[in-house]
Design a protein around this ligand. Sequence first.
Ligand code: PLP
Length: 395
Amino acid sequence: MTTPAYARTAERLRDVKPSPIRAVFDRAHELEAAGEKIVHFEIGRPDFDTPAGIKQATAAALDAGAVHYGPNAGTPELRKAIADYLADRDGVRYAPDGGIVVTIGANEAVFLSIMAYCGPGDEVIIPVPAWAHYAECTRLAGAVPVPLPLDPDNGYALDAEALAAACTPRTRMIIVCTPNNPTGTIADRATLERVAEVVSGTDALVLADEIYAELVYDGAGRVSPAALPALADRTLTVGGLAKSHAMDGWRLGWLAGPPDLVRPALRIRQFTTVCPTTFLQAGAVHALRDSADECAAMRAEFAERRRIALDLLAGQDVLRAAPAAGAFYLYLRYPETYEPADKLVWRLLEEQHVAVVPGTAFAPADTHAFRVSYACDADDLRLGLTRIIDAFQES
Ligand code: PLP
């Protein structure tokens, strides 16, 4: 059936692909609705409930009448709480008034940043494997995503020489996601210093996505890109509560940076989402000021699941895991003698009832890789991974 003329979409949607993660997720839910038990490794969503104190603070705000429009940038209390939290966590000082916008999840912070700074003719360098939203937001903005493949044998570390080679006069932005989704790799200070050297002679901004900053294991050191003086002036930092505080459905995050860089993003917000939900922001203040113990308990549980997963994988020799020091994913590669992941994931879902995401969702060339999220129950983790390992041994 041909599309009628009235249903023709805007040109900017032409190359924007539907989310592959959602495709797996939707089919997994169809199977569940038909009565199957599915192991969910596909979605980066903590299985914990939001800590009770956060809910109580939110309910109190709702009762107290926090039901009206708030400031475009978010409530002053939450902006101050975010600034204090980031100063404490990363040693970076942001101005609560001007340097911080509370966003509808980290997603909106990424979107606003790319929309504010990238347009036709501009390039955004995306080290891959990477979360798919960077490329699709770049396309929505009419700019060109430039994937920069990272070497699995080098732990998917950001390679400054390759980055320098990928930079052109059109490079407008470089994405640095640390810890990374899907590899879990953390950019160390030396790497970030080399990135700073590369960008110093260019007009490129750095978009630092730190949504997984709280989820770091084995004492791995993490440095915020904006903490480097050479990067501070040109870095927009993205963060949020979804992963660290089990608040993914609350849709709350932030964009932080020098006020002159943040202001254009806020202008888009004024004409789009206007402001985050007012009473939820009271809960977020509690999350940032008073939930460190609950966050530490969740982090300890993720660390334990990571250990369970790595132990199980150590007992086989087909699947190779990236050395994941952070986030809650394992990015698994396997030999090309097996079927490509674009087919494999559907077979795993239909036959083994395990939902994973194919590597091509993160890097076009990663045909024989997939991502497992261990943000799920430990028994499910054992069950699902055992089924995957068995499926490889049988094929
Ligand atoms: N950045 C990365 C790297 C992610 O993996 C995700 C979610 O999976 C987000 C941002 C979005 O987070 P939020 O749910 O706060 O929009």
